[in-house]
Design a protein around this ligand. Structure first.
Ligand SMILES: [Zn+2]
Length: 133
């Protein structure tokens, strides 16, 4: 499944500026005949990128979402600029983690409600260190 090396043709792609942050993005054709804006000069290991956000380059210069699971430990990929854009909020990268967070928010509510019944006095704030000078 190694990505074959070749001279990547850009197929009408190129660089454009992000309308949100003004930084350059690579405009690359996808296998689905669409365009995706990729972060330039960044090729993280695929297994460090959430599934569904791993774009790999094909020999003709187009990109597609990497579908191998679990990923080859040495496979590098590209990510969309929107994930790295400082002016945009992150999409839901880890849905299972988002589920866990909302579950924990509920559990935290329950714990705090229960503890109010027989809560010990709250810890006093830590004293400031006496002035040593
Ligand atoms: Zn941006």
């Amino acid at each position: 499944m190694g990505a074959s090396e070749g001279t990547p043709r850009r197929l009408g792609g190129g660089r454009s500026r992000c309308p949100h942050c003004g930084l350059p993005r690579d405009r690359v054709a996808t296998l689905g005949h669409e365009w995706v804006m990729l972060e330039p000069d960044l090729r993280p290991l695929a297994h460090e990128v959430p599934a569904g956000h791993r774009w790999i380059e094909l020999s003709d210069g187009r990109v597609t979402v990497y579908g191998v699971c679990p990923p080859d430990p040495f496979q590098r990929c590209r990510i969309e600029h929107r994930l790295a854009c400082p002016e945009r909020s992150l999409p839901d990268l880890w849905p299972w983690l988002t589920d866990r967070r909302s579950e924990n928010a509920r559990r935290g509510e329950d714990v705090r409600r229960t503890e109010r019944w027989h809560a010990p006095e709250p810890e006093p704030p830590p004293e400031e260190w006496p002035d040593a000078g």
